[in-house]
Design a protein around this ligand. Structure first.
Ligand code: FCB
Length: 451
């Protein structure tokens, strides 16, 4: 039988820019995503998050819906330029009030808010001042964190600093597929990355210093998972090695973004791989970055099978012909929710929260008025069973946040991808819970025993 720990937290996740809309209302400043999505050709069909799910105006309805579905927790993010329109300086009271009320509504519905302080909607004004390349950027972040924490921490206990630095640095500042859409070289990337890590550390210090309750703090990088094809110890060792290996050609890895935070140092192999491009590390930087954390959060959607090469390295196993894909063409690899948490727990020894996991599928409202999404139910069942398997073997799993509570603005892919448990008809804003929403509600009720 599938078993999850007692007190396991079942939730859903979303992010400010992807659902809120109200892009210029009530004094909100512009974010890099507002600017980027307006540039012709940058997003699918020119979609923007200007209205998105209109959650800014429908938050009461959305909380009521989550309550009805039995959610225990909601991972949400705060839009920095809604709170501080220029990124630093004057505070927008109305923006802060939106989150204040949302937190009250969630708590009244017995849903615990888990707040991500930065999920990519970086203030445009700060981007114009160099953004993450500016050595003041960690301090800008910490000043913003202080405002949010002072306002909400009498009620909010769980915080995450940054969502997926690998993506907002790699896609946003290297490939240019995401906002701000620039294509820095490796040296600039790693300098920006060092500031991002410092921002995380200063952010944690700020939460600890200003929280009015006993804060529980984590981080939400991507979990880039490499998997063995069998349980043979040598194959597992190859996958473990690959999971923490740093590719000199890009910043798509775990160790560069996790080791400094959890172990207080950049990985040796990474320092070698990036030798030509290393950022200046000032005395005290690594101590700032490595603040004690309460949990290890990470987002896992899939993994890659690897095998050893004769030369002692590893290579990806060629994909099976006719492999299983989601609508996004992401591979279906349930075992990533076993191997990922296992490898991360071994290395970092922190309680694990899956801060995102899910899929986009081809959903529409059927003739009977319902949204039937059997593939989502099958996908999540497979993944959750694997997550539980790690838990049964000793990985300290504490929670799971399904991405996403509702269909939303999927960044450069706009409204093409439907990741939600709840279907959103974007022209009208109408919400329709999909079959999977009712199914997930039962998973929560039985603490996973029906899986
Ligand atoms: C993750 C992002 C999240 C969402 C999912 C599908 O990389 O954190 O905002 O777009 O992918």
């Amino acid at each position: 039988m599938i078993k999850f720990p007692k007190d396991f937290v079942w939730g859903v996740a979303a992010a400010s820019y992807q659902i809120e809309g109200a892009a210029t209302e009530d004094g909100k400043g512009l974010s890099i995503w507002d600017m980027f999505s307006r540039i012709p050709g940058r997003t699918f069909q020119g979609n923007t998050g200007s209205i998105a799910c209109d959650h800014y105006h429908r938050s009461k309805e959305d909380v009521a819906m989550m309550k009805q579905l039995g959610m225990m927790a909601y991972r949400m993010s705060v839009a920095w330029p809604r709170v501080i329109p220029d990124g630093t300086g004057a505070i927008n009271a109305k923006g802060l009030q939106f989150y204040d009320q949302l937190v009250d509504e969630l708590l009244a519905a017995k849903i615990q808010p888990y707040i991500t302080l930065f999920h990519w909607d970086y203030p445009y004004e700060l981007y114009c001042r160099g953004g993450w390349l500016n050595s003041d950027s960690p301090k800008w972040f910490a000043d913003y964190v202080k405002i949010v924490v002072e306002k909400l921490s009498d009620r909010v206990v769980h915080w995450m600093t940054l969502n997926e630095p690998q993506v907002f640095i790699g896609y946003g500042h290297h490939l240019g597929h995401h906002a701000p859409g620039v294509t820095y070289g490796m040296t600039e990337l790693l300098r920006a990355g060092h500031h991002v890590l410092l921002a995380h550390g200063l952010g944690v210090q700020t939460i600890r210093a200003h929280s009015k309750s006993q804060a529980q703090i984590g981080y939400a990088p991507v979990g880039v998972v490499k998997m063995p094809q069998s349980d043979k110890p040598a194959e597992i060792e190859t996958a473990r090695h690959a999971t923490f290996w740093v590719d000199p050609k890009n910043t798509w890895n775990n160790a560069w973004w996790m080791d400094p935070v959890f172990l207080g140092k950049y990985p040796d192999q990474g320092l070698k791989a990036y030798e030509q491009h290393l950022p200046a590390i000032k005395p005290g930087d690594m101590e700032t970055i490595a603040q004690p954390l309460d949990f290890f959060g990470c987002n896992i959607y899939n993994g890659v099978y690897v095998r050893a090469t004769k030369e002692g390295g590893f290579e990806e196993v060629p994909a099976k012909t006719g492999m299983d894909f989601t609508a996004y063409r992401w591979p279906v690899t349930p075992a990533s929710l076993y191997w990922g948490p296992k490898f991360f727990y071994e290395r970092y020894q922190k309680p694990v929260y899956m801060t995102e996991n899910g899929l986009s599928s081809m959903d529409w409202v059927c003739l009977d008025g319902k949204v039937h999404d059997p593939m989502r139910i099958d996908f999540l069942t497979r993944y959750l069973r694997e997550y539980a398997r790690g838990g049964a073997e000793g990985v300290d799993i504490r929670g799971y946040f399904q991405w996403s509570v509702m269909d939303n603005f999927e960044w450069a892919d706009g409204y093409r991808e439907r990741f939600g448990l709840v279907y959103v008809d974007f022209p009208t804003g109408k919400r329709t819970p999909k079959d999977s929403a009712y199914w997930y509600s039962n998973v929560i009720k039985t603490n996973g025993a029906n899986l």
